[in-house]
Design a protein around this ligand. Sequence first.
Ligand code: C5P
Length: 246
Amino acid sequence: MTAPGGTPRQMAPPISAADQLIVALDFPDAGSALSLVERLDGIARWYKVGLELYIAEGNALLASLRARGYSVFLDLKLHDIPQTVASAVRSASRSGAEMLTVHACGGPEMLTASADAAGDRTRILAVTVLTSMDEPQLAAVGTTRSPAAQVELLAELAFAAGIRGFVASPQEVGSLRRHFGAEVTLVAPGIRPLSSDPGDQKRVGSPRSAIAEGANYLVVGRPITRAADPAAAAKAILMEMETTSG
Ligand code: C5P
C-alpha cells in the first residue's frame, strides 16, 4: 500500500508505555470493574468500557472512572443510520469518553456524520472487519473479498470520511501504519504476553510486536483481568512494551 498523497509520514515521538495500555473492563457490573481498577491503581491510566458494562451501568460508571482521573475508551461499535449514529456520538462525547468506536461498514455517510458529531475530546475509531469474521463468515454476508482486502477498503473509506483512528488486530497494524503513516491512531486488541493463554482470540500478537508494528495503544483484557495478580500482570506487560517504546 502507498501512503495517501504519496508522502511518507513520521511516527509521533514515543510516549510512556503506561499511556499506551488500555485495560478492557469486561465485567457485568460497576462493583467488579471498580475493584479491578483499585487493584491497578498507579499502574493503568486507560480503561475500555464495552457494551456489557455500559448497558449495565451507563454514564455513571464513566463518570466514576473520570473522577478518579482515568481516560475512557467507550467501545460501543455504533452502526445505524447516519442521523442516529451522529446523535449517539454527541451523547457519548458529552460523557467525556476520549475514544469511541463505530463500524466502518456503516458506510461513507454514517462515517462522515460520526466524524462531524464528535466533540473535541472524543476521537472516533473505526472498526473495520471484526476478528471473528473469517472468509466464510464474510461470504455468508455477501462479501467475496478476503478479510485483508476488506480491511483495506473499509479503512480507506473511513479515512476519506475524516476518521483518523482504527481498531486493528496485531496482524493488521503494520500494514495500516505503513499505509496511513503517523496521522492515524492505531488501537490493537488481541494482545497476549508470550507466557499467556490466547483464549478465544485467534489473530493475536505480543505487546512487544504490536508496539514495534506501530500500534499507539494496546487493549488488554483477560491477561490482566483474569490474572491471579492483575497488578503484576499489568506491570509485566508494560515492561514488554517498554523494551521497544523506549
Ligand atoms: O480479554 P481480551 O484481551 O481478549 O480482550 C480484548 C478486548 O478487546 C475485548 O473487550 C474485546 O471485545 C475487544 N476487541 C477484540 N477484538 C476486536 C475488537 C475489540 O478483542 N477486533
